[in-house]
Design a protein around this ligand. Structure first.
Ligand code: CDP
Ligand code: CDP
Length: 194
């Protein structure tokens, strides 16, 4: 069975949390595509060469979740040759036998436009920045500024900008608990699985 769930949306909206829960519940493989861009940004040097030569060890670095790694990721993610180098791996993952859920920015629009379910997970910038601040700490105003700046860069780039696919279902998690957000997403997937 090839069954792809595409989960896109801005930073700290809950994409990863929802995607992992869907993967567990429905027995799907999960790929956090943001990790690929974070690893390219963290590797330094020529980003295109980094993307072409990405290794499992690059993806296992323990500094990939920081704000700085997120910012570096969104800078290299605006380079078309970096995106191109990462496309086939993501497409193959999306089409794997047994089904998959991928979360990122362009899964429903570019990587897998034929996905069976497309979710656009969002929340207000204030809620998202607060969630990220709970994870990383530091100066809350600075976390908000970095989240907003990164979203603007992701929405404003020419290649594969962050935007909902025409057929994506919006899941606004601003006022939802994790359980409520997962339940909404799971109901949409269950409806498609029949
Ligand atoms: O993957 P993405 O950056 O979109 O977000 P995430 O890592 O899944 O979620 C960011 C943080 O928000 C995590 O600490 C989640 O536990 C939390 N979260 C939440 O508090 N309420 C939700 N409805 C969803 C996520
Ligand atoms: O977890 P969070 O939403 O904060 O970020 P992420 O999903 O790890 O993505 C980090 C950065 O990688 C994003 O800000 C995007 O610039 C880039 N990205 C992308 O361009 N396309 C994707 N499919 C996934 C991430």
């Amino acid at each position: 069975m090839i069954f792809t769930v595409a989960v896109d949306g801005p930073a700290a909206a809950g994409k990863g949390t929802i995607s992992k829960a869907l993967a567990d519940r429905f027995g799907l493989a999960h790929l956090d595509t943001g990790l690929l861009y974070r690893a390219v940004g963290a590797k330094g040097g020529d980003p295109v060469a980094a993307a072409q030569g990405l290794t499992p060890a690059d993806l296992a670095r323990d500094d990939l979740r920081s704000l700085a790694a997120g910012e570096a990721a969104s800078k290299v993610a605006a380079i078309p040759a970096v995106r191109a180098a990462l496309t086939q791996f993501q497409r193959d993952f999306a089409r794997r036998e047994g089904g998959a859920v991928l979360d990122g920015r362009d899964i429903g629009t570019v990587i897998c436009p034929e996905a069976a379910v497309k979710l656009f997970v969002t929340a207000s910038a204030e809620v998202r920045a607060h969630r990220r601040w709970l994870e990383v700490g530091g100066d809350a105003a600075q976390v908000l500024a970095e989240v907003v700046a990164r979203d603007e860069r992701d929405m404003g780039r020419a290649d594969a900008p962050l935007k909902p696919a025409a057929d994506a279902v919006m899941v606004d998690t601003s006022e939802l608990s994790i359980d409520e957000a997962v339940a909404q997403a799971a109901a949409l997937v269950a409806a498609r699985l029949g």
